[in-house]
Design a protein around this ligand. Structure first.
Ligand code: NDP
Length: 263
């Protein structure tokens, strides 16, 4: 039996085990998927091999550490230095990033987006901003601490901290911070969040499974919003395809993952 896991801290909220196990069970694929609470990202590789894994997903806050842990990086992950999916290929760890394409799938329904504000500057923000720029979308980023903004400045995003933020009109504002994941915090001070919500057409949060304080405010202001469930589905389908080496059909994976959302 093949074993897979998700690594994160926190990780108890993750729906990936339910999603992936539903697919394996429905399609009679001999595999099982667990969750691993990992405190220290530098222990990722060692823990991966100790658990005897064939592959893994990586979530907050270890996606950049996952990039470092891999022997080889393929595709879009190379461009952003952020890995959310690892495959064990003959004892070598191969890193991929499926978050960005997963998110593009999630925002399709918002139509033509030209101008995005990203809240946060972690691994997810890196992947999304690089992907948006590839599509010719203008990207602004605002983060609590300045230190993480260098990457975003280099690739051509407009960057702000909470101290120097000036709001503009946006098509979409995305929360990629972990504020609201395990607490009831907003991703930035309330005056900033009010200003951006009053100047956007759509709102999205990478967090799923709860109405975050950020999404609650968007709802109160009657803005069309979505949580991170479709992103989870999008990145999960692509990761699962890699896990099973395309032995299962993408449409079947998607169908059974979607069904698991109803459980
Ligand atoms: P990282 O740890 O790499 O980055 C976290 C970011 O959040 C940093 O910019 C950090 O700012 C900011 N932050 C953390 N706490 C606060 C706070 N209280 N107020 C303001 N900013 C804060 O995390 P990831 O990028 O890996 O993940 C971010 C979120 O996205 C998580 O909630 C994760 O669950 C979710 N996610 C969901 C996915 C899905 O499929 N739906 C896929 C990927 C991620 P600073 O630099 O100042 O510390």
């Amino acid at each position: 039996m093949k074993l897979f896991s998700i690594f994160g801290n926190p990780v108890s909220h993750s729906r990936s085990p339910l999603m992936l196990n539903s697919v394996f069970k429905a399609l009679n694929y001999n595999a099982s998927y667990t969750r691993t609470h990992l405190l220290d990202g530098t222990k990722l590789k060692e823990t991966f091999f100790n658990l005897g894994l064939s592959g893994a997903n990586i979530t907050v806050p270890h996606k950049e550490a996952a990039y470092e842990a891999c022997d080889e990086i393929r595709g879009f992950a190379k461009k952003v230095g952020v890995v959310n999916t690892i495959i064990n290929e003959n004892g070598k760890l191969i890193g991929y990033n499926t978050d960005a394409d997963g998110f593009m799938f999630a925002i399709k329904e918002f139509g033509d987006i030209k101008n995005i504000l990203i809240l946060g500057a972690g691994g997810t923000a890196k992947a999304l901003s690089a992907r948006f720029l590839e599509d010719g979308i203008k990207v602004s980023v605002i983060n609590r601490s300045e230190g993480r903004l260098d990457y975003f400045k280099e690739i051509g995003c407009e960057c702000f901290t909470w101290d120097n933020f000036e709001t503009k009109r946006y098509d979409l504002v995305v929360n990629t911070t972990s504020a609201g994941l395990k607490d009831e915090e907003l991703p930035a001070p309330k005056n900033i969040i009010d200003a951006v919500l009053n100047n956007t057409n759509f709102v999205a949060d990478a967090i799923y499974g709860k109405l975050t304080p950020f999404l609650k405010l968007a709802q109160e202001k009657n803005i069309t919003f979505k949580d991170g469930a479709d992103m989870l589905l999008g990145q999960g389908v692509l990761a699962n395809e890699l896990f099973v080496n395309k032995e299962l059909k993408k449409e079947d994976i998607k169908l059974h993952m979607q069904k698991s959302f109803l459980l």
